[in-house]
Ligand binder design. Structure first.
Ligand code: EPZ
Length: 418
């Protein structure tokens, strides 16, 4: 076990190079199982979820070799269609492998996926989409067993624009016979990035980023070198940190359009934001004004993955805010921890009612999930006094070199073993 020790109160100044997006790299790693060609993914973030996904690929018989910050995957020797349950439980994105493993082997076996404990996280839309493509699915003893004679294109309407279900169906449809149309598809930038990667290895997909994606099945796929998009959630996290601590921070290598919903709220808060190509500069030297309401929505609405971080900002802004979490049932687990730091927040169902206080006070708090843990770090950096953040393995799942990047900006944060 490890923890962060943070002495709050420092302003943050400097530039931060944004890592490639966790939620783009993970489905792309799953997609490498589709092809016998060698795939090099560039600038892969050193985070636990990526390491675990690579372990799963290795268990399937794929060769995975790190070359500096890049990783080379060769799936030509893949010979196993069972995803190890211990690893499947480690990360949600293990479920994305269903589509590509079924496409390759016409069989797949996986335990129910793990990931952040932020809600029920069903996979019914994944499974119903795969069934429409011709997959026979049995759920038994905590496993999902899949088999098919062949995959054939179909029109699939998603009940909700699920990111994972959209990606899983895309992967299964790449080499299916005929045309697959996904309606009410998720529109996240990571979906467009997956389309770009798949077309780069020979797939024929269009429409990602809109609500309708069309996949024309192909027979042959090749290899490629690919640089995934930058992590809009990491960028948003650092910009919110600068807003909370005060100072001036430049997030480099990020497309502002991908976090425009956050930038609008931060401007409403009173932050000064300037955008120059792939650089976003946030400057703040004063007490921020509370944003009246924030509702998480599928892209391009306000991202649920920045809900905890923006709530922490609202806790030390002037006035009242209501934050509504529309995507996940239990994504407020970090609130009792913020209360230990002096936050005045009441949670009723999917709403957090926040009354801004002057400052957070340092305390010992526990990270319960990835983004809630990051929010606690931001609160501690802005707090008066010393804090300890326990169980930071949750944070390591999605933020590479987090404490190093924050220290480079002037934050007083160290990682120690417990
Ligand atoms: C992806 O999770 C991301 N994870 C999540 O990021 C992100 O919060 C989420 O999309 C929403 O943007 C990865 O990409 C690895 P969903 P996913 O399917 O695919 C319901 C992070 O912090 N639903 O879009 O699991 C579900 O209950 C993580 O980086 C069904 O009902 O999210 C939820 O209410 C956390 N049936 C809503 O859809 C299904 O079969 C959105 O879930 C699937 C989902």
């Amino acid at each position: 076990m490890e923890k962060y020790i943070i002495n709050g109160g420092n302003k943050l100044y400097g530039n931060i190079k944004i890592q490639t997006a966790k939620n783009s790299v993970l489905p792309i790693l799953a997609a490498t199982v589709l092809t016998d060609g060698k795939v090099k993914i560039l600038n892969v973030p050193r985070i636990t979820d990526v390491k675990n996904m690579v372990k799963i690929l290795t268990c399937l018989g794929c060769k995975a070799v790190y070359e500096g910050d890049d990783i080379v995957i060769d799936s030509s020797c893949a010979d196993c269609y069972e995803i190890p349950s211990a690893l499947a439980h480690e990360l949600r994105s293990s479920v994305f492998l269903l589509g590509s493993v079924i496409s390759r082997f016409h069989h797949a076996k996986i335990a129910y996926p793990g990931g952040c404990d932020i809600g029920l996280r069903p996979v019914d839309l994944h499974l119903s989409g795969l069934k429409k493509l011709g997959v026979q699915i049995t759920e038994r003893n905590g496993y999902i067993l899949c088999k098919c004679d062949r995959l054939r294109g179909e029109e699939i309407m998603l009940d909700c624009p699920s990111v994972g279900a959209t990606e899983n169906i895309m992967l299964a449809a790449v080499k299916a016979e005929g045309i697959t149309v996904i309606k009410n598809a998720a529109r996240e930038p990571e979906i467009e990035d997956l389309q770009k990667f798949l077309n780069g290895i020979g797939a024929k997909i269009k429409g990602a980023g809109s609500g309708t994606i069309v996949i024309e099945g192909v027979k042959k796929l090749t290899g490629t070198n690919f640089l995934p998009i930058s992590d809009r959630i990491e960028a948003g996290t650092f910009l919110i940190a600068a807003a909370m601590c005060g100072g001036e921070v430049c997030a480099e290598g990020i497309c502002a359009e991908n976090i425009s919903s956050l930038l609008h709220k931060l401007k409403e808060n009173g932050c000064k934001i300037s955008i120059n190509n792939d650089k976003i500069v946030l400057e703040n030297h004063k007490k921020l004004v509370s944003v009246k309401s924030i509702e998480t929505q599928p892209y391009p609405g306000f991202p649920t993955d920045l809900q905890a971080q923006i709530t922490a900002l609202c806790c030390i802004s002037e006035g009242h805010s209501i934050i509504t979490e529309n995507l996940f049932e239990t994504r407020f687990k970090y609130i009792p921890e913020l209360r230990k730091m002096g936050a005045d927040v009441t949670v009723i169902d999917r709403n957090a009612f926040v009354r801004g206080v002057d400052k957070f006070k340092g305390a010992t708090v526990i990270a319960h999930d990835l983004r809630g843990g990051a929010a606690l770090v931001l609160a501690a950096l802005a707090a008066e006094g010393k804090s300890e953040i326990l169980d930071i393995s949750h944070i390591d799942r999605g933020y590479g070199a987090f404490e190093y990047k924050l220290r480079d900006l002037g934050g007083d944060i160290v990682r120690v073993s417990v």
